[in-house]
Design a protein around this ligand. Sequence first.
Ligand SMILES: Nc1nc2c(ncn2[C@@H]2O[C@H](COP(=O)(O)OP(=O)(O)OP(=O)(O)O)[C@@H](O)[C@H]2O)c(=O)[nH]1
Ligand SMILES: *[C@@H]1O[C@H](CO)[C@@H](O)[C@H](O)[C@H]1NC(C)=O
Ligand SMILES: *[C@@H]1O[C@H](CO)[C@@H](O)[C@H](O)[C@H]1NC(C)=O
Ligand SMILES: [Mg+2]
Length: 336
Amino acid sequence: MVALEFLIENKNTVCFTLLVALVLSLYLLVYLFSHTPRPPYPEELKYTAIDENGLKITRALPNLGEHQDDEDEEIFLSVIIPSYNETGRILLMLTDAINFLKAKYGSKWEIVIVDDGSTDNTTEYCLKICKETFKLDYRQFRIIKFSQNRGKGGAVRQGFLHIRGKYGLFADADGASKFSDVEKLIETIKTFETSGIDVKTIKPAVVIGSRAHMVNTEAVIKRSMIRNCLMYGFHTLVFIFGIRSIKDTQCGFKLFNKPAILNIFPYLHTEGWIFDVEILILAIRKRIQIKEIPISWHEVDGSKMALAIDSIKMAKDLVVIRMAYLLGIYRDDKKS
Ligand SMILES: Nc1nc2c(ncn2[C@@H]2O[C@H](COP(=O)(O)OP(=O)(O)OP(=O)(O)O)[C@@H](O)[C@H]2O)c(=O)[nH]1
Ligand SMILES: *[C@@H]1O[C@H](CO)[C@@H](O)[C@H](O)[C@H]1NC(C)=O
Ligand SMILES: *[C@@H]1O[C@H](CO)[C@@H](O)[C@H](O)[C@H]1NC(C)=O
Ligand SMILES: [Mg+2]
């Protein structure tokens, strides 16, 4: 009886207390689910490659934005390939990419494979084909090997932080996109990274491949019904919690210029599949220009996604990213 009277008399105080408790528990919950990237182990700050004499070498990775040799300054495009158990699929992708790169850019390119703790000898296999099939050395072909799996986002982030190129592209190891489409992305990024008056002021810019034009084509309809249902569910969730201005956030074919890389990748928190969305959220928050370009895409078997578990994780991570930025747990001005 006394308690009830107390409640009625102090209605405002009670409401206020409840509200504070609610916000606090929400904060705590998001905080608990938020994620900080695992710092690299010392051996993950080195790359493995083949030297001029065909011998295997291991050297320290260059750091993005630090002084580089003249030779490194020459690199125009760096291609990062996150790879997890990719022995079976990567040869086709690499053949496609290397043929194009040689023809188009001579030797002003590099490929950085990030082996995310594979258990099928992906690194050894890549070194072997690099030497025997492609005859490339450390100037064009490098491998970063993780001792422990981090997830696609963690691998892409680590790759981007240690490239030499003016532009950085990440591309899936399964070769689902036609590699030569990178030309379209580069042409586009060039048109809107300069301010128009002074060519030296390069603005950060991001151009992403898009499969949005394919939603009603065979490639998508042929996919299993479960995958398509999940895709629509995911799109809806991204629309609510993520990004409305971009149709296809998940395409594994995205190009960044150096200012954009420096403004995005050091700040990325997410290491899982949903990292694409955080990249785009960061870009939008920092008013970096983003452009979507339709690219050719075909479905490749052997997906590394565990549909059920990964879908749930992606949905959870998406909500966490949005709430964490909202509550100030993730910051876009503090390196993660
Ligand atoms: N670093 C890293 N890369 C991964 C992991 N799992 C998959 N990948 C890479 O991510 C890329 C895409 O993986 P896929 O298995 O092709 O994904 P998918 O299910 O086909 O997804 P979509 O191509 O977007 O439809 C490939 O290059 C994989 O090697 C992982 O745990 N860590
Ligand atoms: C990678 O390969 C190992 C065995 O070599 C297997 O246990 C693991 O499940 C594979 N991972 C994926 C995602 O395919
Ligand atoms: C990887 O290489 C090691 C040593 O060369 C070998 O013993 C092992 O069987 C290989 N594993 C696979 C999955 O091929
Ligand atoms: Mg794929």
